[in-house]
Write a protein of this length. Structure first.
Length: 490
């Protein structure tokens, strides 16, 4: 798909007064406009319960765009925004919306293309999708697409029910399920690093790789999202979606073509090959944690159970680590270790690929051990790759020491990497669903994590077990130590 096309559409944002719209969606649409990726033939309709005016919305959009663009550009941009007060359960609201969309399509010469972006409480996803259809809002002569934020259900049965509801109104290829990690530059680069480098792909198997570690740590706590997070926990919030997507990209076979269907079908095969965790094996393969009070960047932070809207005896995990096994020819015997959590030492997402030791060590490294070769893919905040090799110490005897080959794509240049949402909104406008989660991927991920979350829910014994500002509970280190390995905190 060429990226220099300027798609023409009306973007309808449900949840226009909400946090996601302000923090991510408005700034992303603004950057698309500023960079010429959308032209003048677009409009945004913000939909919400509050009785706002167009002016209220435009002011909110201006405030949410932090860059100092000139006033004229701001005004030109925000003049494309319209507010529509809305009652989700009232068909009349949808009919009025349809009238407004028709008018805007005339005004901006938009060929009846509509993107419906659900950036709001998931309990309304089904109702909105169905009523959009029943009131004729989706019956366009151009395209109509549904963009849907997570959480997509809270387990397999609820995800299936939600999927059925939205499928009554939209076909699978009209549904764009957001996993914003798929919009990150370095997550997209996993495929390129693997499939465009002759020095990696031949080694990318259980013959040469010892294990793969994925860490996505956050230093923030639950902020003001405890009501959601208490019901979700780290497993549903991060593992079921973002982490499983990264596992699939790391483990999939080369697709025969770089198109949506082929890539998705390879990812699905990985998820199908994941070894299910039986309920009585959960403790062997997964560790959960909850943060105690601690210190981050020199400042004290409270325990999870002391955060607003968290139950004092909460059983919600704020940390997960686990060992995944993929039962196929390429990966048999190679553990994929994953970990993620709130209030950890730092905000960082990285992937470490640890290669197997060479068969015979002719050199002495530190403590007479050769250091393994590592490939580190830095997803954020740094974006780049580091390759750890062994080289000889100058003047030394037969000593090898690790050296680093570093490439950091966002360290030196002034250009900011496109924000994940910017990329994904643009992809959706162009009809490219590659970096969105297909239903099969969502369903397989839920069926993998459900046995873990059910076991944890039935066993309400989680007590706070890691200090805020650490890298998680000791059991997480033990998980690798059992296999003679350790986390690479590099
Ligand atoms: C979201 C989770 O999907 O991802 C949040 O709901 C989490 O809890 C966030 O903080 C992390 O995203 P990023 O892009 O900051 O790593």
């Amino acid at each position: 798909m060429k990226t220099n096309q300027q798609p023409k559409a009306v973007i309808v944002i449900f949840g226009a007064t909400g946090d996601l719209a302000k923090r991510k969606l408005y700034p992303s649409i603004h950057r698309l406009y500023k960079n010429g990726q959308i032209g003048e033939e677009f409009a945004v309709v913000g939909v919400g319960r509050r009785p706002w005016s167009n002016e209220d919305l435009r002011q909110t959009v201006k405030t949410s765009i932090s860059t100092a663009a000139d006033k004229q550009l701001y005004d030109d941009f925000t003049s494309h925004f319209y507010y529509h007060p809305f009652d989700v359960t009232n068909p009349g609201s949808y009919q009025e919306l349809n009238v407004l969309l028709n008018q805007l399509e005339d005004t901006y010469q938009i060929p009846n293309n509509r993107m419906f972006y659900l950036a709001m409480a998931p309990e309304f996803f089904g109702t909105i999708a169905k009523t959009l259809k029943s009131e004729g809002v989706t019956a366009t002569t151009g395209w109509s697409r549904l963009v849907i934020e997570k959480p997509f259900g809270h387990d397999l049965p609820s995800a299936q029910a939600l999927n059925q509801e939205i499928r009554e109104a939209f076909t699978e290829d009209q549904i764009y399920r957001i996993d914003h990690y798929l919009g990150k530059q370095m997550v997209q680069n996993i495929e390129v690093i693997r499939f465009a480098n002759a020095i990696f792909e031949p080694l990318w198997t259980n013959r040469y790789i010892s294990n793969i570690q994925i860490t996505s740590s956050e230093s923030l706590g639950v902020e003001d999202r405890a009501r959601y997070y208490e019901k979700s926990g780290a497993l549903r919030d991060m593992v079921q979606n973002h982490i499983m997507q990264m596992v699939a990209l790391l483990a999939m076979e080369p697709p025969i073509k770089l198109n949506t269907e082929e890539i998705r079908s390879e990812k699905v095969k990985v998820l199908r090959a994941l070894r299910p965790i039986a309920k009585d094996e959960v403790d062997e393969y997964f560790v959960r944690g909850q943060y105690q009070a601690g210190e981050i960047d020199g400042l004290p932070v409270p325990a999870y159970t002391d955060e607003d809207n968290v139950a004092p005896d909460s059983n919600t995990e704020t940390f997960v680590s686990g060992k995944l096994l993929i039962d196929n020819f390429r990966w048999a015997g190679v553990p994929f270790y994953i970990r993620t959590g709130k209030r950890m030492k730092e905000k960082s997402t990285k992937i470490v690929v640890q290669f197997k030791d060479i068969p015979m060590n002719l050199y002495y490294g530190n403590e007479n051990n050769m250091n393994p070769n590592l490939l580190v893919i830095h997803i954020q905040p740094d974006e780049g790759i580091t390759l750890y090799l062994n080289a000889k110490k100058l003047g030394g005897a037969a000593h090898a020491q690790p050296i680093k080959l570093d490439y950091c794509s966002n360290c030196n240049d002034e250009l900011n990497t496109p924000e994940a949402y910017e990329k994904l909104i643009h992809d959706c406008l162009l009809g490219d669903a590659t970096n969105f989660a297909h239903w099969d991927e969502v369903a397989l991920s839920w069926s993998f994590v459900d046995s873990i979350s059910e076991t944890w829910a039935a066993n309400k014994t989680l007590s706070p077990n890691y200090e805020a500002g650490s890298m998680g509970p000791k059991e997480s280190d033990d998980l690798l130590a059992k296999d003679g390995l350790h986390w690479w905190n590099i």
